[in-house]
Write a protein that binds this ligand. Structure first.
Ligand code: TXA
Ligand code: MG
Length: 320
């Protein structure tokens, strides 16, 4: 199985496999997802097993268009405005579940809400349409590790038994922005390519920022302190600092800190979009060299930099 070039035939086979309860990894504009039929509890359980993912952490349901949310989630006025502005694209909305929502309770971790997203990647769109089902898809990596942005990353992480549709490198390279509309006011649960500023521009109010959860208080699932972590310890440097002996350098911008060790520059031009797209590639590339640690040069926290710094902070967090 393993890596498959998307074609009419292979997409049809992948969609059939999903309908039969199998798992298919596929590209989206953010990261690669590990997909299953959202309405099939056994298939959803296979995702948790393949990823080693804690059961309390719910999954995102992917549909092809807003009509795909009928009977699944309550799409109110705010959601419609955001949908018009950002879908298809890298935004996930947490909405109240519809009555008789067919999504498996395991996928929503028993919550009264459901996270939904309409991906723009043509392969993701084609797969969802061919399957004719909503598809749950977490990032296609072992739980807690760095998300995959190429088909090869998926195989490196999950093994060659998994079917992966190859769509090349992901455009954004960071997981979607997660915004909850299920509470009293819009709340940002995960930073991503759709920034708080972009959301404010559409809604007229700035979203609140969600409370990060801790392992003993996982009420804001997916906000676990340690996440997106390579094997090597990650250390965030302050401006002017240099890597220590044995550390690999993850750099950003035209004047990276001097080092004699291995390095990966996220964007020599200092471009945040390029840096986001290359972040996980950089962490994986340096990690493969088995350094004593990965030292990270400062990345500005403006715009997309907020999402990049969020991932770096979690990669550097103490691990349990
Ligand atoms: O870009 C993405 O979102 C990728 C691609 C494949 O679409 N998927 C992804 O899924 O990143 P995952 O499972 O790695 O992250 C899902 C996030 C988690 O932080 C989870 O806690 C949150 O969405 N989430 C899902 N359902 C939720 C709910 N009902 N309430 C609050 N957060 C929820
Ligand atoms: Mg993930």
């Amino acid at each position: 199985m393993a890596i498959i070039v998307p074609s009419k035939e292979s997409l049809r086979a992948a969609a059939l496999w999903i309908r039969e309860g199998g798992l298919v990894a596929f590209p989206t504009e953010t990261v690669y997802g590990l997909g299953a039929d959202a309405t099939n509890g056994i298939a959803v359980a296979r995702i948790f097993a393949a990823k080693g993912r804690p059961r309390f952490n719910p999954l995102i349901v992917h549909v092809a268009d807003v009509a795909g949310l009928d009977g699944l989630a309550e799409v109110g006025g705010l959601a419609r405005r955001l949908a018009r502005a950002f879908w298809p694209g890298p935004l996930t909305l947490v909405l109240a579940k519809s009555r008789d929502c067919p999504v498996s309770e395991l996928a929503t971790a028993g919550l009264p809400t459901v996270a939904v997203r309409i991906p723009s990647h043509p392969v993701a769109q084609a797969l969802i349409r061919a399957a004719g089902r909503p598809i749950v898809a977490p990032s296609a990596n072992r739980s807690g590790r760095v998300s995959p942005t190429t088909a090869q990353h998926v195989v490196d992480d999950l093994g060659a038994e998994v079917m992966v549709l190859d769509g090349g490198a992901c455009r954004h390279g960071l997981e979607s922005t997660v915004l909850s509309l299920a509470g009293a006011s819009p709340t940002l649960l995960r930073a991503g390519a759709i920034t708080a500023e972009m959301i404010e521009a559409v809604l007229g109010v700035a979203p609140k920022t969600g409370e990060p959860a801790t392992p003993d208080r996982p009420s804001a699932p997916g906000q676990l302190a340690s996440h997106y972590a390579p094997n090597a310890p990650v250390r965030l440097m302050s401006a002017g600092e240099r890597p220590k002996d044995g550390e690999a350098l993850l750099a950003f911008g035209p004047e990276p800190p001097e080092t004699s060790g291995p390095r990966f520059n996220l964007s020599p031009e200092g471009d945040l979009e390029a840096a986001a797209a290359r972040l996980y590639e950089g962490l994986r590339t340096l990690d493969a060299l088995k350094p004593r640690g990965i030292a990270v040069a400062p990345v500005p926290a403006t715009g997309l930099g907020a999402a990049i710094n969020d991932r770096l902070k979690r990669a550097a967090a103490p691990r349990s």
